[in-house]
Write a protein that binds this ligand. Structure first.
Ligand code: NAP
Length: 249
């Protein structure tokens, strides 16, 4: 059996790591031998429960509260993350708000909340991680969305925020390539999490019908891609966004 290499003992920080896809990523990275700092914004219970479960006897996981859209909170999060496990090798920018509104129903506060978390949060976290990531060898993995490529009615601002993540990924890869740090993104289609409960309730059958692989994606379908991008085996891949949507796009 072949296994991914280069992950044993590595320190990963997973924003939005407490629930949904981020939780699956945290679980998978721990299973691959990483020590993981889970960052979350408000759901203490979910974050603490997962951190205790993943820490097990080895202590390989901890949870830290921080709003990625708040520059001071990001600085404090990074200081704490680096202190806990003595460094940082892998940054996974998974935290996001997935709210949709139709044209005519949006206001400045709504637009700002999406852009602040999804776009500014990704930039602030990357800036904060840079002094700590190994050069060469550091890994940054961002979260875009298939909706960046095929927006649906009401997803305009969310889709635009994820298109920005695709471009940030490409641009950061060019800036950080000379330092041997790779930057890639994953763009999932619909994955069953709290973010998509309502959509799946309303349109689940339709989504399955338009998906060549004929089911709703699960967080575990995405976690393995992040594990690969974090591994030594993905060392020659940078600036790419991998669409993982069961073949819809
Ligand atoms: N699910 C999908 O179908 C899908 C499809 C395409 C792309 N994606 C992307 O995949 C990623 C994960 O999605 P998901 O469905 O797993 O999301 P989710 O279940 O809604 O979980 C969101 C996570 O992000 C955290 N978070 C939100 N805003 C934050 C902030 N300002 N600061 C820090 N943490 C924050 C939440 O923490 P709290 O719980 O503490 O609030 C939670 O851990 C997101 O980037 C999303 O856009 C998801």
């Amino acid at each position: 059996m072949t296994t991914l290499t280069g992950l044993q003992g590595k320190v990963a920080l997973v924003t939005g790591g407490s629930r949904g896809i981020g939780a699956a990523v945290s679980r998978h990275l721990v299973s691959l031998g990483c020590r993981v700092v889970i960052a979350y914004r408000s759901d203490h219970e979910a974050a603490d429960r997962l951190a205790v479960e993943l820490a097990g006897d080895s202590g390989a996981c901890t949870a830290v509260q921080a709003d990625v859209a708040d520059p001071e909170a990001v600085t404090a999060l990074m200081a704490r993350a680096v202190e806990v496990f003595g460094g940082l090798d892998i940054l996974v920018n998974c935290a996001a708000l997935g709210h949709y509104r139709a044209l005519g129903k949006m206001d400045a506060a709504f637009i700002r909340s999406i852009l602040d978390t999804n776009v500014m949060g990704t930039v602030l976290m990357t800036e904060a991680a840079l002094p700590h990531l190994p050069s060469p060898g550091g890994r940054i993995i961002n979260f875009a969305s298939a909706l960046a490529y095929r927006p649906i009615p009401t997803s305009s601002v969310y889709s635009a925020s994820k298109a920005a993540v695709v471009t940030l990924t490409h641009a950061f890869a060019k800036e950080l390539g000379p330092r041997g740090i790779t930057v890639n993104a994953v763009a999932p289609g619909v994955i069953e999490t709290d973010m998509t409960t309502k959509i799946i309730e309303e349109r689940g059958e339709q989504i399955i019908a338009m998906t060549p692989l004929a089911r709703i994606g699960q967080p575990g379908d995405i976690a393995g891609i992040v594990g690969f991008l974090a591994s030594t085996e993905a060392g020659w891949v940078t600036g790419r966004t991998i669409i993982a949507d069961g073949g819809v796009t």
